[in-house]
Design a protein around this ligand. Sequence first.
Ligand code: NAG
Ligand code: NAG
Ligand code: NAG
Ligand code: NAG
Length: 368
Amino acid sequence: MEVTKVRFALFFSFAALIPGLWANIAEFDDFWKQREEEAWNITLATYEPNPENVTNHFNYNVNKFLKETSANQTIDFEDGITNNTRRYLRGKHKKYTGPCMATNPIDRCWRCKKNWAKNRKRLAKCVLGFGHRTHGGSKGKYYVVTDNSDHDVLNPKPGTLRHAVIQKRPLWIIFARTMHIKLSQELIIQSHKTIDGRGADVHIAYGAGFTLQFVHNVIIHNIHIHRIVPSSGGLIRDSEDHFGYRTVGDGDGISIFGSSNIWLDHISMSECHDGLIDAIQGSTAITISNCHFTHHDAVMLLGASDSYSKDQFMQVTLAFNHFGKELLQRMPRCRWGFFHVVNNDYTHWKMYAIGGSMHPTIISQGNL
Ligand SMILES: *[C@@H]1O[C@H](CO)[C@@H](O)[C@H](O)[C@H]1NC(C)=O
Ligand SMILES: *[C@@H]1O[C@H](CO)[C@@H](O)[C@H](O)[C@H]1NC(C)=O
Ligand SMILES: *[C@@H]1O[C@H](CO)[C@@H](O)[C@H](O)[C@H]1NC(C)=O
Ligand SMILES: *[C@@H]1O[C@H](CO)[C@@H](O)[C@H](O)[C@H]1NC(C)=O
């Protein structure tokens, strides 16, 4: 009896340890050690020692936007506009049906511009907050995803999303048409990529989610990610010139692991098996904006471990997001780092909205 107990204890503690430290990588070989070291160097270089500069710059832009729009009176808000940084919203349950409207400085930079489809890369200039240096694949060519299948994760077929994201060169990835993609394993994305779903209705659903592991400079924009389930693991190609054995995936929507300069914008997320978004293990320089979250328990985890002090370099802006129906907790749950949670709209929360431990700095402004 005693022996069985000990075995159980060991089993559980390893089970809890391995996913965090090893990140679904079955064999942490020289390749991954090198990637980890490079990523850590980039995290240190990207870290902003005066985070107030970034939050002030962000707030300056919001104020400027509000002043200009109120002067032009192009936006008809129910509550009018005051001088604080709070963004005013339309009344409950009233779906806006008028002309295209940009209600914040990030959106104004690209949205409602007639030529956006000819000038997609302009988007890369629009990001504000800690992810402000993210330009994704703007220096690369366009890659058009034409095939929604994901049958071969070791040698992905050209034209699939998986084939696009494993390329090492910068790429601006767009979609030929509306498509539903069921990922058969986690989608392991390389650095210098933009995934731009504008003009199509792109759903990543009923399969595995996105993994950003030891990478930098990635934009994900205008897609839906929902009903993500755990993946079985196995041999998966993570770049043109490397593949490896992966363990079981947790079923996160987007997992950001040891990565920096990440911008997630206009993503609709719901009902994933684990978290909707995790940013952990020394990730930094992240902006999550204009996203819509619904129907989920643990929404967003920023720093997973009380003992992982490298997360003190984590800096995240969370702005203009809508935390909608049926959410329980972690909007977000923060550890260690510096978090600007600004102008988000919370429909409600069943346990708590913003929480933290391990002395994080959380600047919460104009949320409602
Ligand atoms: C990371 O930075 C250290 C210290 O500057 C340097 O010695 C090392 O070569 C760098 N490693 C990689 C993989 O870039
Ligand atoms: C950030 O703010 C500090 C203190 O006001 C200032 O000395 C520094 O030049 C600023 N840095 C940048 C990059 O703006
Ligand atoms: C407000 O009007 C000015 C001058 O016509 C224009 O330059 C600016 O873009 C307008 N701002 C918005 C938010 O429409
Ligand atoms: C906003 O600030 C301006 C200038 O400081 C002031 O004239 C105005 O009355 C303020 N508006 C409100 C609604 O507080």
